[in-house]
Design a protein around this ligand. Structure first.
Ligand SMILES: Cc1ncc(COP(=O)(O)O)c(C=O)c1O
Length: 400
């Protein structure tokens, strides 16, 4: 067995299962899950149509690079969405399709980390998407956690990283908009980080899979490639972005996303993926082309989240310490008692499941930044989310 496997932690949902085991929620209340970040809005109808019209293509092996039409659609989307100079993204050299960002965020570390350097480090936010940590450990590197707290606007504080750690850093994961905090890294911060990457020669893997769920149509979250373009770094050196149709288009089951950026990294990743064997089925690619080319359903999706956040925040106003996030679909409120106690009691009394923040973060010298916070995903229907908010209001009013 690979001994590194023993270093992997239980997934947050396993810990949650344990926390809930033996607790019996009130029968008269239907269960509401705010714990899982699985989109529940309807996916665009034309996806099913495209898939069903192209099922015969299952008779072909897909290639790792994917159809050039898909890479062109992705390059066009990136240029439109992030206002990049025309043709800066070369569909042949700068883009690869991936089967959802989860596998790609994991695989990139396996492809890029040089574990013969015994002190290889991978920097990541804390709290974080647990794949980053597992990817670092299995690639033979040590994760370094950068706490994202209210005091630093939930942004990793790069100024706290010492010189030696920067020298050992081979890969840095960013998550913007953040899961679970919803914090968006401003363009200036992204530029500062790119300058650090130039100085210390590390790869930035920017997980931007929540980038299309934002509140103000006039100010969409910035992206890493946009920051590169503004700095005239037209080869995107050491920079990669990860995007997905899962949240943007409510298609988590399609397993469709892409990685884009530095052509040398894309080429190395392509080689790795050829052996790893993770090509995207052709019907999925054809459906993905249609989805990346359509913004109407994405606008409608954002508008549904906007209404949900307004209603839920209105109901929770004054009963929980929380801010509206910059983007994404999570709330990240503070809890008066411990986060695990809050989650367990809320389930016991109101049949609502939320995820304790400490399960999403790691202990550091400054403590666990998820402690006394819970993650609530507003993915269910408007009615269900309102119902959940009303029950949470009652729960908090009862002294919890
Ligand atoms: C921060 C973050 N990154 C990546 C993913 C993976 O998404 P997918 O593999 O569906 O693209 C998720 C899913 O919840 C996530 O929360």
């Amino acid at each position: 067995m690979n001994p590194l496997l023993t270093r992997l932690q239980a997934y947050p949902f396993e810990k949650l299962q344990q926390l809930k085991s033996g607790v019996v929620p009130p029968e008269q209340l239907t269960h509401i899950a705010l714990s899982i970040g699985e989109p529940k809005h309807l996916p665009p109808g034309f996806v099913l149509k495209t898939l069903s019209e192209n099922l015969d293509r299952l008779a072909n092996y897909p290639t790792t690079k994917g159809l050039s039409e898909l890479r062109e659609a992705i390059a066009g989307w990136l240029e439109r969405r992030f206002k990049l100079p025309a043709k800066i993204v070369d569909a042949n050299e700068n883009v690869l399709p991936v089967n959802g960002t989860r596998e790609a965020l994991f695989a990139i570390a396996q492809a890029c980390i040089d574990s013969s350097q015994k002190d290889a480090k991978v920097l990541m936010p804390n709290p974080f998407y647990q794949i980053y940590e597992g990817a670092a450990l299995l690639a033979g590197a040590e994760p370094v956690f950068l706490n994202c707290t209210k005091e630093n606007n939930f942004h990793p504080d790069f100024s706290q990283v010492d010189e030696k750690t920067w020298q050992q850093c081979q890969l840095l994961y960013l998550c913007t908009p953040g899961n679970p905090t919803g914090a968006v890294l401003p363009l200036e911060k992204l530029k500062e980080l790119i300058a650090l990457s130039e100085q210390h020669d590390f790869i930035i893997a920017s997980d931007e899979c929540y980038s299309e769920l934002y509140f103000d149509e006039q100010s969409p979250p910035a992206g890493l490639l946009q920051a590169c373009a503004e700095m005239d770094i037209c080869d995107f050196k050491n920079c990669l972005v990860f995007h997905s149709l899962s949240k943007r288009s409510n298609l988590p089951g399609l397993r469709s996303g892409f990685v884009a950026g530095d052509k040398n990294l894309i080429n190395t990743f392509f080689k790795y993926r050829t052996y790893h064997g993770c090509a995207m089925p052709i019907p999925t690619q054809l459906a993905s082309i249609a989805v990346w080319n359509d913004e109407t359903h994405v606008l409608a999706n954002r508008s549904a989240y906007r209404e949900k956040f307004e209603r839920v925040l209105h109901i929770l106003d004054g009963c929980l310490a929380l801010e509206k996030p910059d983007a994404g679909f999570y709330l990240w409120p503070e809890t008066a008692q411990s986060d695990t106690e809050f989650a367990q009691k809320l389930y016991a009394e109101k049949n609502i499941t939320v995820l304790p923040g400490s399960f999403l973060a790691r202990e550091t010298l400054e403590g666990n930044p998820g402690k006394q916070r819970v993650r609530m995903a507003l993915v269910a229907s408007l009615d269900e989310c309102e119902q959940a908010a009303l029950r949470i209001r009652e729960f908090c009013g009862a002294g919890n």
